[in-house]
Ligand binder design. Sequence first.
Ligand SMILES: Nc1ncnc2c1ncn2[C@@H]1O[C@H](COP(=O)(O)OP(=O)(O)OP(=O)(O)O)[C@@H](O)[C@H]1O
Length: 495
Amino acid sequence: MTTPFESHSGPGRGLTRELIEIVFPMFEQASAGAIAVDKDSRITWINSRYAKLLGLTDTHGVIGRPVLSVIPHSRMPEVVDSGRPLLLDIMEYHSQQLVVTRLPFFNDEGQISGAVAFVLFDDLQPLTPLVSKYRSLHKDLLAAKRALAKTGRSTRYQLGDFIGASPSVLEVKRRTRLAAGREIPVLLLGETGTGKEVLAQSLHALSARMEGPFVGVNVAAIPENLLEAEFFGVAPGAFTGADKRMREGKFQRAQGGTLFLDEVGDMPLGLQAKLLRALQEREIEPLGSNQIIPIDVRVIAATSRDLTAMVADGSFRSDLYYRLNVLEIQIPPLRERPADIGILCEFLLEDICSGHERTEITDAAVKLLSQHSWPGNVRELRNVLERAFTMSEGAEVLDIATLHRVLPEAVLPIAQGVEPQRADVEHLLPVSPSNDTLPTQGVVRPLAEVLAQAEAEAIRAALAQCQNNRSQAARLLGISRSVFYDKLARLTCLS
Ligand SMILES: Nc1ncnc2c1ncn2[C@@H]1O[C@H](COP(=O)(O)OP(=O)(O)OP(=O)(O)O)[C@@H](O)[C@H]1O
């Protein structure tokens, strides 16, 4: 028979031709598959049993291809690089676990020529004790990784956490899955609270970078003079008072993973130029250093602002816009998908009530909520439900009467126009026998509530006047950008 070693003969270091010729046919026959690669880890030979095991239909088509492109978890490159065998290893291939042995081989001069691998077992039955130990360790490792993800720079959300069944949400999910399979920049567009961060995290968790870090940076929340350091890091002793150690920037922290640039529309022009350079060159230079650091980061950007209008008026660079916007995902505001409010209430209440008795919401109450315009979108809905849950002291059922009792009028502007349904009337009776107990105009409200409402209105008006430009809105209100953002984020009920 022919072997993959025909051209490598003579006494060299490691396996000699004579030895190979004795050993190889026995291993090849006894194993569940065999493969050989050259010194560049490209496949030079594969037997039909291994091809079948891997599910390859075109055995010849893989000859010459890098082994990792055919068997992603192969450690053949390691054997070729080190010249050392890996006598026993368990390799994952799709859902199979294969026990493999890998041996390097050498030419006459003792230089590495390639490596050969044998699948010793494709059925792990004979190795049950060893394998069950391996599986249990593997399970522990996955659990540890998940726990770490919750505390570290990894993601909290999966695509299943992005709730909604309306056609526009299904399209958002379809595009997210599409984007996850490709290494392309993605731009998420949507009003505040529509779930841009939820989606960015889900995309990362679905992508090939899922094991890498997910690092988010909110451009609007960082004072302008600190932005560059936040992005690119600071060299040791770069300026007076600077740290003696290197301070990593977000790009460095996101190495091998995903960098989420939230509110990218709020980025000053100077930094836009630097970001563009970093993305084009795939390298950064920390502040105060002349050291160039290569970066391997996928960027997902998001904004609630109209970037095309900003490009037109020159406040956002068109070259950066096109660089970031290879695939655009437009997330619809909640008011355009009122049909999703019911399912969102279900999901959000489940989360809000965790650890308490479950609170249900009636259909009529959902209908009432559907008539609000939800400028703060799902975040606002969550806050409203949280408030309703707390103020009603964990009521078993949120019905129209309860909502009227505990929510500010601005959230329920047209309450009188909503006919209570039978279920609501039933829930309503024990609580309040008539609509007379519902709050009416002119009732004195707590000062904190009045102030919060005035603040919310001022913020909304400022945002409207500045077309959602948060920096300008903050200036208009006479507060700093970070204080402004903080208030925006904490705005409960936006009323
Ligand atoms: N479709 C959704 N399904 C479930 N929860 C959602 C959805 N959209 C948003 N949320 C919830 O709303 C809140 C705000 O979401 P997120 O921070 O992702 O919004 P955002 O668009 O990034 O907001 P901003 O622009 O203000 O940063 C979070 O609590 C998130 O869990």
